[in-house]
Write a protein that binds this ligand. Structure first.
Ligand code: ADP
Length: 352
């Protein structure tokens, strides 16, 4: 191996060590709020709650005398609570809303009933459309973070609830939810000295997907984009022009404003129209080139709200996509035979 390979391996090893000595609890901010929704709530009301909470401004204490205005970022998911059984009942995510949309497409006559569905009906909706339920896994907050990461990659869950058991009542308590995004941010912020060792570029380590890319145009319908995301089990499709130049990206959460208020007709609207409904503070897309080094990708993660990177050439034409799961997989498994991520395996995986 070249000195560059050695340094890269050393950097990865140090990050993996970091993940093994930190717990999921460490990832949580000092103060945070957790919105838990009762499964008895109407689905349409849950949509309002998610969108309302995305835009509120809070004055929070930062020290005994000082306060700061904190713009809360949009909530895109929430743990569910079944008050009949007093148990945690999974997490509500954009996939659930996409399931509701698919249900509406398959059973258009039931549109009048749709407004009466409660969050407790989500599992029935899943069954009715034949969707494979997302495995509900959880981790204990004081277990190593490495474990939460491995579990995420294994189940393809993009977020995992941290569930503890109350000593007195023996009941489960949801402490918070951790996401791939939060974990990568935590790695980036606390490992600058290790990420600088990752000098190999995206092309050299085959990071991301480059073939058979799913894309839409501005005038494609929202339903087209949704079906593409469902069929391919992906959370985003790049929006390109006729020359394959990247204009934007349509994400799973972009469906929420389209169905808020029960206006399912808006799904026949265009991707371009749907993107106009995004909140003003939405972060936009991040791009990179195939020659960009991993350390610069970690710099971007450290500084910005990155949920994926779109790989473009010098003419801004689409080349590929690097998802957070691709990055997490690389960081955890690449070259680590023991973890089941041998070099060949990782390359095969990236080539498909
Ligand atoms: P995440 O798990 O971070 O939410 P995705 O589910 O979108 O990311 O991505 C899952 C896998 O599919 C990744 O390997 C990613 O590179 C690939 N992928 C994501 N979007 C697309 C797309 N539009 N076309 C082809 N492959 C994609």
């Amino acid at each position: 191996p070249s000195p560059l390979d050695k340094e890269q391996a050393q950097g990865l090893k140090a990050i993996r060590h970091f993940l093994k000595v930190r717990t999921s609890y460490d990832v949580l901010p000092l103060s945070f709020r957790l919105i838990v929704l009762d499964t008895d709530l109407l689905i349409k009301k849950s949509l309002n709650i998610l969108t309302q909470n995305g835009t509120c401004l809070l004055r929070r204490p930062i020290s005994r005398d000082e306060h700061a205005d904190v713009q809360l970022t949009a909530i895109v998911s929430a743990p569910l609570w079944d008050s009949d059984t007093s148990r945690f009942a999974g997490i509500l995510t954009s996939t659930d809303f996409i399931n509701v949309i698919q249900y509406y497409c398959q059973f258009p006559d039931e549109i009048s009933k749709l407004g009466q569905f409660r969050l407790s009906s989500l599992r029935d909706i899943e069954k009715a459309i034949g969707a494979i339920p997302i495995e509900t896994v959880s981790v204990h907050p004081s277990r190593p973070l490495y474990e939460a990461c491995r579990r995420m990659l294994k189940t393809r869950a993009r977020r995992i609830p941290l569930v503890d058991v109350d000593d007195e009542t023996g009941r489960e308590t949801v402490i918070s939810v951790i996401t791939q995004y939060r974990i990568l941010k935590f790695i980036a912020v606390n490992n600058e000295h290790n990420t600088v060792m990752l000098k190999k570029c995206v092309r050299e380590v085959n990071l991301g997907s480059y073939t058979n890319l799913a894309t839409v145009h501005m005038n494609s319908t929202v339903l087209d984009a949704i079906h593409m995301m469902v069929d391919r089990n992906i959370s985003c499709v790049p929006v390109v022009d006729a020359e394959n130049r990247v204009l934007n990206a349509f994400e799973a959460i972009d469906v929420i404003p389209c169905i808020k208020g029960g206006a399912y007709e808006e799904l026949d609207g265009t991707v371009g129209e749907a993107l106009c409904k995004r909140p003003d503070d939405s972060p936009g897309i991040y791009t990179c080139g195939e020659g960009d080094r991993l350390d610069s990708i970690f710099d971007t993660i450290r500084k910005s709200r990155v949920h994926r990177l779109i790989v473009v050439d010098d003419d801004n034409k689409l080349k590929g996509i690097i998802s957070l799961s691709d990055i997490l997989k690389y960081v955890l498994l690449y070259g680590d035979e023991d973890a089941g991520g041998g070099r060949e395996k990782a390359q095969q995986r990236f080539a498909t």
